[in-house]
Design a protein around this ligand. Structure first.
Ligand SMILES: [Zn+2]
Length: 258
């Protein structure tokens, strides 16, 4: 913490000394601190009745909470967790890092789940510098496990819809079976493309991305059998696949250690 001067310093004629940096300024104590004025301003706004603190960036929120923590303002630190939610969509990785740093378990888990929408090498967040390598490793481990579970979900969703396409085998067939079934080549390629995408982004958003399915649908529509059954069957499959993937991912446990 810091020590406050005991009172204004008087000069030899009994007057108050002026502008003595680091000691007094007029009758006011000058206390050197490490934080920027903006940070302390936000901190004071948080404790000032009727004053709303504003945080333009996640970094500004983090530095303010760090200052609150430094000065033993535990109530302010605890009250900071809901403020992190505003940055979840724009910087989920950064929110994960800040939540870890301040031991906000609920937000740590929520942010980790939101990172699943990002590619495996997610966009860099400067907030990552405030967590340990172990905390980052646990996030990567979680994301990898989610990817595996989401891919597995394809098997559950797919069985329900098998046979919706090409019962008369007018499509080119894949040379390998998918499980115990022989499938069309376009379907085989589509499933493996979703697997690749889920390894990168373990989220149902990847499955529901129209751009992912588009080239495979084009191939399927060249078949006179598939073009009749595809529109309803494919949509049914993708929605079920997305649902199963989300359910599978929700079972993955993120290890959190503060
Ligand atoms: Zn076909």
């Amino acid at each position: 913490m810091f020590n406050l001067p005991t009172g204004p310093k008087l000069n030899s004629s009994g007057g108050v000394e002026k502008d003595v940096v680091g000691e007094e300024k007029g009758c006011l104590a000058v206390v050197p601190v490490a934080e920027e004025g903006k940070t302390l301003g936000r901190l004071l706004d948080l404790i000032h009745p009727g004053q709303a603190a504003t945080f333009d960036t996640l970094q500004s929120l983090r530095t303010t909470l760090q200052a609150a923590n430094k000065y033993g303002m535990e109530g302010i630190v605890d009250g900071g967790e809901p403020l992190l939610l505003a940055s979840l969509e724009s910087d989920s990785v950064g929110v994960y890092a800040v939540a870890c740093a301040f031991k906000f378990e609920k937000t740590t888990r929520l942010a980790a789940k939101l990172t699943l929408r990002q590619p495996m090498l997610f966009p860099f967040s400067k907030e990552l510098e405030c967590i340990s390598g172990a905390a980052l490793y646990r996030l990567l481990e979680y994301r990898q496990a989610c990817g595996k579970q989401a891919i597995q979900a394809a098997n559950t969703a797919w069985d329900h819809n098998l046979g919706a396409w090409c019962r008369r085998q007018s499509c080119e067939r894949a040379s390998q079976t998918l499980g115990m079934y022989t499938v069309t080549l376009w379907w085989w390629d589509y499933i493996h493309e979703t697997h690749d995408r889920l390894k990168e982004c373990p989220s149902s958003d990847a499955i529901l991305d129209p751009a992912l399915a588009s080239p495979f649908i084009e191939r399927a529509m060249k078949c006179e059998i598939c073009q009749g059954t595809l529109p309803s069957g494919f949509g049914l499959f993708t929605s079920r696949y997305a649902k199963e993937a989300d359910a599978a991912v929700s079972q993955v446990h993120l290890q959190v250690e503060f």
